[in-house]
Design a protein around this ligand. Structure first.
Ligand code: BDR
Ligand code: CA
Length: 349
């Protein structure tokens, strides 16, 4: 099992990532931290606890800690995305404990006062010799940047890789060219890409190929016994959450219904919403279904129209500047630091 720490801003697709991290047998989820992003930190941290309690086993809900991290970017002003995720970050989602449920409040009380980055450091340190923690970041990169800045030795010795959802090769979503997670805190993303740790990036052009389609949604609404007879595509475009058969299916159906409707209204996605963040967990559990290549990736920090853009050096114009990389392309030191050497995932088939 891969020891994983998930730093997120739930968020509908972050919630799907939490569900997968809790349930996939390849993943050993050691902790969750929240960052501002899709909603304010007080919402995203409660949402993380709500998802853990709803999606995890009683044992997981008890033993996996949830920490609140940064509530704003390093330099830029904070912003959120209620247009896509609703005011509290999980608009329309039914069946989760309420934000003020005593179990949610108690879960966050356990970790109150300790910064998330210290908790990530402790989780990494606590692993036996030879084992490393994988950090997954599916919100802004603020927590990840603070962590790699504060604990460079630990990052070198006890972090296996940082897998992020963020950036794009080409068009953006919250600016014509910038993807939301990087746009929120470009300076943090730049710090992360320069750290001495392998970074894997699931960019927007790839996550836009991972849609939760209407016919997948339909499968949530029929009893498992009926699944084999269900046609691959169904004409039923409007899933009715009331028909779902188990509490988890009901919750996921309401989540996807809301997410599909905002993605349709804002970005004109007609086939279903992209479950962006879930790809990071899918990559860890099933790396063989992904392909990618290592590139230099710079983050535009002060463009007049392009701040937050990830500039992927597809044609290796800047290869000469990859000092570490040139020495030994495959050594761990050649990832990150000066090289800005990021493993960028490619579109799924
Ligand atoms: C990213 O931004 C957020 O809206 C999603 O949760 C995802 O992490 C997609 O650009
Ligand atoms: Ca997210």
């Amino acid at each position: 099992k891969i020891p994983v720490w998930l730093d997120c801003d739930p968020g509908h697709d972050d919630a799907v990532a939490i569900l997968m991290a809790l349930q996939l047998p390849q993943i050993d989820l050691r902790g969750i931290s929240a960052v501002y992003g899709n909603a304010a930190l007080h919402n995203t941290s409660r949402n993380a606890a709500r998802c853990l309690i709803a999606f995890g086993s009683p044992e997981q809900a008890k033993s996996i800690p949830v920490y609140a991290g940064a509530e704003k970017p390093l330099i830029k002003l904070v912003r959120h995305d209620d247009e896509i995720h609703g005011e509290d970050g999980l608009g329309g989602v039914e069946g989760l404990p309420a934000a003020d449920d005593p179990a949610v409040v108690a879960k966050l009380d356990e970790t109150k006062g300790k910064p998330a980055v210290l908790a990530i450091a402790d989780a990494a340190r606590s692993l036996p010799d030879g084992e490393r923690l994988t950090l997954v970041a599916t919100g802004s990169m603020t927590n990840a940047a603070l962590f790699v800045s504060m604990f460079p030795d630990l990052v070198r010795d006890k972090i296996s890789q940082v897998v992020i959802m963020g950036g794009a090769e080409g068009r953006g979503n919250r600016s014509p060219v910038a993807e939301f997670n990087i746009l929120l805190d470009p300076h943090a993303a730049s710090i992360l890409f320069d750290a001495e740790v392998p970074v894997v990036m699931a960019p927007l052009n790839v996550t836009h190929t991972a849609l939760f389609r209407t016919h997948d949604h339909h499968k949530l609404l029929v009893p498992p016994s009926a699944l084999p007879s269900l046609p691959e595509t169904t004409p039923d475009a409007t899933a009715n959450p009331a028909k779902a058969h188990t509490p988890l299916r009901h919750t996921m159906s309401t989540l996807l219904t809301f997410f599909a409707s905002t993605y349709s209204a804002v970005f004109n996605f007609q086939d279903g919403p992209p479950v962006h963040d879930a790809l990071c967990i899918a990559y860890l559990a099933r790396p063989e279904i992904f392909q990618g290549k290592r590139y230099r990736v710079d983050v535009e920090l002060q463009g007049e129209h392009t701040t937050g853009t990830t500039v992927v050096d597809l044609w290796e114009y800047k290869k000469d500047e990859l000092t570490e990389f040139k020495k030994d392309p495959d050594s761990r030191a050649s990832w990150g630091r000066l090289g800005k050497n990021v493993f960028v995932l490619e579109e799924l088939d």
